[in-house]
Design a protein around this ligand. Structure first.
Ligand SMILES: Nc1ncnc2c1ncn2[C@@H]1O[C@H](COP(=O)(O)OP(=O)(O)OP(=O)(O)O)[C@@H](O)[C@H]1O
Ligand SMILES: [Mg+2]
Length: 258
């Protein structure tokens, strides 16, 4: 089944009377891997959170966000909660905060599945093993029984990714998912994101400051600055011939090593 198209039109978000996102518009085709780049505070995470229904309650949102036929602006919390996991998966920078230290990894990897389907203990264990294998965790038997502190940072991030994809969401957000990992571990996790989004059944929004990482994962890039998208285009074009001064500054700041 192909992923639903995400269409964001004139999205504006204000919090505490301050407009933080201004007229954000973009779309994401089924199976596409889209990158968000931009300086700190430019609105990347806020945009992802607006789509995933994770904005604070006092946020005022205008414009339109559609995922397939569903309008997400104005959805109730519980409707969003149902979409997250099932249709929208999220992976964050620090797997330690995404994972509960008191629960075994297998239980956490299958949380979304267990909410959406009623699984027997044996089915849930089987699903955990399958997911652990899918995200490249070696020794899956040990991994699903381990607590977060008993595994490495890279393994924790793989477990967090397994949790995000367990119910096969069509849309996956990854917000700086490899920043907390060392470089060699990063490579494996980046390859995993690419593998998981092969074909057109899962689309990816990938947020990173690191242009080399961006070049590896994203096909197309949006450049954020002060709550606006200032440029968009194929990743190689943005890296090698950026047209907006902000994109140029970002590339220069990265040392042109992408
Ligand atoms: N809950 C909130 N309440 C008030 N302001 C917020 C809230 N969340 C984000 N902001 C503000 O919105 C702006 C955009 O923040 P956002 O988190 O999207 O930045 P970002 O591009 O993800 O930056 P970084 O690269 O540092 O993660 C910032 O000025 C931030 O301070
Ligand atoms: Mg952010």
């Amino acid at each position: 089944m192909s992923a639903p198209t995400l269409q964001v039109n004139n999205l504006t978000v204000s919090i505490g009377g301050k407009e933080l996102l201004h007229n954000i518009s973009f779309s994401l085709e089924p199976g596409e891997r889209l990158g968000f780049i931009g300086g700190s505070g430019s609105g990347k995470t806020l945009t992802a959170h607006a789509v995933a229904g994770l904005l604070p309650e006092e946020a005022v949102v205008t414009g339109s966000i559609t995922l397939g036929d569903v309008q997400l602006v104005g959805l109730e919390d519980r409707e969003f909660a149902a979409l997250r996991g099932e249709q929208i998966g999220m992976v964050f920078q620090e797997p330690k905060t995404a994972l509960n230290p008191l629960h075994r990894l297998g239980r956490q990897m299958t949380e979304a599945l267990a909410i959406h389907y009623s699984l027997t203990r044996a089915q849930r264990r089987e699903a955990a093993l399958r997911l652990a294998t899918r995200v490249g965790l070696s020794e899956p038997e040990r991994m699903i029984r381990a607590y977060p502190h008993e595994v490495s940072g890279g393994q924790r991030q793989r477990a967090a990714i397994a949790a995000a994809i367990s119910a096969d969401p069509g849309l996956l957000f990854a917000d700086e998912p490899t920043t907390a990992l060392d470089v060699t571990v990063q490579q494996g996790v980046l390859r995993l994101f690419c593998d998981l989004t092969e074909g057109d059944s899962t689309s990816l929004v990938f947020i990173t400051h690191d242009l080399a990482v961006m070049a590896e994962v994203a096909e197309r890039v949006l450049v954020f600055h002060q709550g606006r998208i200032v440029e968009s285009g194929p990743v190689q074009q943005i890296i090698h011939s950026p047209s907006h001064p902000i994109s140029k500054a970002l590339i220069d700041a990265a040392g042109g090593d992408a």
